[in-house]
Design a protein around this ligand. Sequence first.
Ligand code: MLT
Length: 271
Amino acid sequence: VARGPAAHLFCHEERGPEPTLLLVHGFPFDGRMWEPQVEALRGRFRLLAPDLWGFGRSAPPHHPPSIESQAEGLEWMLSDLGVARAVLCGFSMGGYVGLAFAARFPERLSGLVLADTRAGADSAEGRATRTESARRALREGPGFLADTMPEKLLSKMTFDSRLGLVGRIQTLIRDQPREGVAAALLAMRDRPDRSAELGRVTCPTLVLCGAEDAISPPAEMRAMADAIPGARYAEIPGAGHLSNIENPNAFNRELMAFLSLILEGYFVGKS
Ligand code: MLT
């Protein structure tokens, strides 16, 4: 899709009217995790669902890997595609990238959606686990993540009863290159605490959280929304962490309502 520093950043694109919606995937997935949103929003807005460096069909990440360099890659990609401003919707790790993007390139955002993500950094224990998981991913590939993550990513009800969905998630995880998975673990391990920056987010913001998200729980996400001036907060019922996949109807409804408010100029004067 791109030349220069953004070379080999693969991006699934659907043409449509403004605003452009830039969908940034979580770990350890690629742009295909947004299929339920692409299906529902196709033709209504211009959609961009890239694979971050190291994932899917994109090139390996920069060294040392960082969340910031992923945000830079997206900004280069937008330039190459001639997109001046976009609504960035980031899920989990994609939200870490979204917050880094908002701090670095605020003029590029006409809106921000933070789904099932966090502003804080990892704990010491979490950092140690990331290092160990990165070593293991390099050694064995992402199979162990495909075996262990779905139970944590999904609500108990989904995990116990929707075996097809669990299988699709496992396939998506197994498809990811081991070097990219390891690099992303180190990038997440080393990401800074951005809590103090939330008050400086100037664009219209929507915070979405699966009602049963155990990784970025509702109380934490509600506090994140409270810290961002004017941010809206909504919970996705019947969903754990992977709220956009578990309950796409509710997720898409909230997303579309937010995009409509942006289109109608509801937030004019805010950004
Ligand atoms: C994700 O869903 O992107 C991950 O759970 C994020 C993380 O491990 O911090």
